[in-house]
Ligand binder design. Sequence first.
Ligand SMILES: Nc1ncnc2c1ncn2[C@@H]1O[C@H](COP(=O)(O)OP(=O)(O)O)[C@@H](O)[C@H]1O
Ligand SMILES: [Mg+2]
Length: 240
Amino acid sequence: MLKVVQLDTYHGRIRVLKNISLHVEKGEIVTIVGANGAGKSTLLGTIAGVYKPKSGRIFLGTKQTSCLPAEKVVKDGIILVPERREVFDSLSVLDNLRLGAFHRYYTDKKTIEGDIEKILALFPPLAGREKQLAGTLSGGEQQMLAIGRGLMANPKVLLLDEPSLGLAPLVVKEIFEILLSLRKQGTTILMVEQNAKAALKVADRAYILERGVISHAGMARELLQDSRVQSAYLGARLHA
Ligand SMILES: Nc1ncnc2c1ncn2[C@@H]1O[C@H](COP(=O)(O)OP(=O)(O)O)[C@@H](O)[C@H]1O
Ligand SMILES: [Mg+2]
């Protein structure tokens, strides 16, 4: 469904992504785990069309998206939920969700309110709070709203940039359980995370990104058991 082939992205003169190839199949949760500064946000930003790659190609199905501007990439169905959950603080929960559907507002007007109901049903903590201003929600609730807003765009692939960032473990668990229920409904997700343990537990497959290079790839369950991955990312040394 989503395919990235030999991608190189630069920030100025610095080569941040080095020959990245990966794929995400329909209905999968794929995670890319890596330390701070590894290039995770740059990778999602490049897939979303925000950064132009220096070389390499990105395909959604058979269509090449790497030459398109970000707004066209959104229309094609690649939707980015950025790092630090950018919700509109001074707008209500409902209006934040409506904004997620802005590019299909005229074509799908009749279905949008119904879609909002379906999304609120996925995030129980948001239900009944449609009129609350997003800025007054907790961090976890804001993350749910940011994901909900991404879903309102009807994504073919949902890109999540560190959904666990700054959240308490119980809240992370709650959000990742929601990702599992999204997968049951057939949503395709590519998620980057520093929180390797939590991400590997929910993902089907995973890639490990180290300083702009993919160093390991495999089934998430297997990487969770891999001793090299454990010592580098899962704090195994601390407990050895
Ligand atoms: N917009 C930017 N301009 C210049 N350098 C950037 C920009 N965004 C990220 N970088 C640099 O690229 C590298 C990778 O950053 P980033 O993709 O944000 O990593 P991660 O999301 O894994 O923490 C870092 O060295 C960072 O300083
Ligand atoms: Mg980042």
